[in-house]
Ligand binder design. Structure first.
Ligand SMILES: [Zn+2]
Length: 426
C-alpha cells in the first residue's frame, strides 16, 4: 500500500544539542526550566530558533502574532505542508514540552536536505508564539491568532493586578492590533503535523514508541467569586458566619466530584485566593479559577451547569454571594482521519510500535485543526510527568519520533488528499 520509504538519517546528537541549548535559556530566579512567553528570556530563545531555521536553509519570517516561520521551497506544486510546535514553557516546566516538536521539525528539514529528498510541497516549520497558558487564562495565543480565533475580548482579559493582556504583550514587543490582524491564509496548505511529548503515562504503560493522536481535549475554564463577610475568628459564632472561604472550598470539592463522574474527564481547581488572607479573620472574599477537560463537548456543558449550581448551593447555605464566569468553551478537536492514517502507515512501515490515543493536554494542533487537516505524533514521557522539572523523554524515543515525523512529511507530500481527508479519525 504505502510506497517504499526513502533512506533518511536523523542525527540524534544534533537534536540533543538543540534541546540543551534551549534548556540553557531560562529565567534565572524561577524553578525548573522556566521560559514564559511574556517573560524576559523567551525572545532570546526564539531568536535562536530563527537562526537555526536559517542555518537549516529556511527562509524565515515572523508574523504579527510573533509566530516564527521557516520555509523550505518545494519543487513547485505551490502547495504547502506545515510542521512545528512551541518553545515557551510554564513556570517550573521541563525541557521537552513543545521544544521537541520545533527542534524535531528542524532536524526533519536537515535530514531531507542531506538525503537530497526534494518535496513537491513547500515545507513550513513554525515555532508558535505563546502556547502555554498565561496569568490571563489564555493559551495558544499565536496559533489562535493564525486561525482567526483571537478577539479583542481576549486582549482585554485582566490579570490579578488589573493589567490587560494587551499591555502585557506590548512589554514583549507584540503589537496587539497586529496580533488581531495576523490571521493566516491557509489556501493551499494540505496538512499540519505536530510532534510532541505525551505528557501522560499511556505510551510508557503500553510499551509504545509512538502515539497517534485521534483527538484533543475540550477545555472549559471558569472564574468563581464568593463574597461573604469578614468577622473575628474567635467571637463570630459558627452559625452566623458568611464565610466565603468555606463556600469556595465546597466548590473546589465539587470540581473533583463532577470530573470523577465523567468518562476520561478531568477537573482541576488550580488557583484559590482568600481575602483578607489572615489566620484570625473569617474570609470575606474568595476567588478561584478552575477548569474541566474531556473528549465530549456535551459532557463539558453539563459539567458547567453542575458546577455553577454546586457553587450557588455552597453560597446559599452560608449567605455568600456567588458569581461564576465561564470562558468560551474550547470544543474537543478531532484530528484529520486522512492525516492520522498516513502517519499510522508510516509508523508501521518504520517498524515502530504505536497506540492511538486521546490528548488530555491542549496543543497548537487543536487550533490548527480548525483550518488545516492536522495530525499529531506523541513520544513517551517518563512516569507520565510534565509541566515539572522531572519532565523527561529518552533521546532514542525523541529520535524515533523525529524519524516518524520526517517520513510522515514525505508520505504526506507524495499522497494526493483522499476524499475523506477531513473525515473523523478511523
Ligand atoms: Zn506543549
Amino acid at each position: 500500500m504505502s510506497p517504499a520509504l526513502p533512506s533518511l538519517t536523523v542525527e540524534a546528537d544534533r537534536v540533543h544539542g538543540e534541546l540543551e541549548a534551549l534548556a540553557a535559556l531560562v529565567e534565572p530566579d524561577l524553578p525548573g526550566w522556566t521560559r514564559t512567553a511574556l517573560g524576559p528570556v523567551d525572545r532570546q530563545a526564539r531568536e535562536l530558533v530563527r537562526r537555526w531555521m536559517r542555518d537549516a536553509g529556511l527562509e524565515t519570517h515572523v508574523d504579527g502574532a510573533g509566530n516564527i516561520f521557516g520555509r523550505l521551497r518545494g519543487t513547485g506544486s505551490g502547495r504547502t505542508l506545515m510542521v512545528g510546535s512551541h518553545t515557551d514553557t510554564v513556570v517550573g516546566g521541563g525541557r521537552f514540552d513543545g521544544i521537541v516538536g520545533v527542534v524535531g521539525a528542524l532536524e526533519a528539514v536537515r535530514a531531507l536536505r542531506e538525503a537530497d529528498v526534494r518535496l513537491e510541497h513547500d515545507l513550513v516549520v513554525v515555532d508558535f508564539f505563546h502556547e502555554e497558558p498565561n496569568e490571563f487564562g489564555l493559551s495558544c495565543v499565536g496559533s489562535r491568532a493564525m486561525v482567526g480565533e483571537l478577539t479583542q475580548a481576549h486582549l482585554e482579559l485582566r490579570d490579578e493586578q488589573g493589567r490587560t493582556l494587551a499591555d502585557a504583550l506590548a512589554t514583549v514587543d507584540v503589537d496587539p492590533s497586529a496580533l488581531l490582524a495576523a490571521r493566516h491564509d491557509f489556501t493551499g496548505v494540505d496538512a499540519f503535523v505536530e510532534l510532541h511529548i505525551e505528557q501522560g503515562p499511556y505510551l510508557e504503560e503500553h510499551g509504545s514508541q509512538i502515539g497517534l493522536v485521534e483527538s484533543i481535549t475540550g477545555i472549559s475554564r471558569f472564574r468563581a467569586l464568593f463574597s461573604g463577610q469578614a468577622d473575628h475568628a474567635g467571637t463570630a459564632p459558627m452559625d452566623r458566619r458568611r464565610d466565603a472561604g468555606c463556600a469556595a472550598a465546597g466548590t473546589v470539592l465539587a470540581v473533583e466530584r463532577i470530573a470523577g463522574e465523567g468518562m476520561q474527564s478531568r477537573g482541576t481547581s488550580g488557583q484559590l485566593t482568600f481575602t483578607p488572607a489572615a489566620v484570625n479573620v473569617v474570609t470575606e472574599r474568595a476567588e478561584f479559577r478552575g477548569e474541566f477537560r474531556g473528549p465530549e463537548a456535551e459532557w463539558l456543558r453539563s459539567a458547567q451547569d453542575a458546577l455553577t449550581s454546586a457553587a450557588q448551593d455552597e453560597g446559599a447555605r452560608r449567605d455568600v454571594d456567588v458569581e461564576v464566569e465561564w470562558l468560551p468553551l474550547q470544543e474537543p478537536m478531532p484530528m484529520s482521519g486522512g492525516v492520522v492514517s498516513v502517519l499510522g502507515d508510516v509508523v508501521d512501515g518504520l517498524g515502530l510500535s504505536s497506540t492511538r490515543l486521546f490528548s488530555g493536554a491542549e496543543h497548537d494542533a487543536a487550533l490548527m485543526a480548525r483550518a488545516v487537516p492536522t495530525g499529531m505524533l506523541f513520544v513517551p514521557s517518563r512516569d507520565g510527568r510534565s509541566h515539572c522539572p522531572e519532565e523527561w523523554t529518552d533521546l532514542p524515543d525523541v529520535a524515533a519520533g523525529v524519524t516518524a515525523l520526517t517520513h510522515s512529511l514525505v508520505a504526506l507530500d507524495r499522497r494526493d488528499p483522499p476524499p475523506d481527508w477531513d473525515g473523523a479519525p478511523g
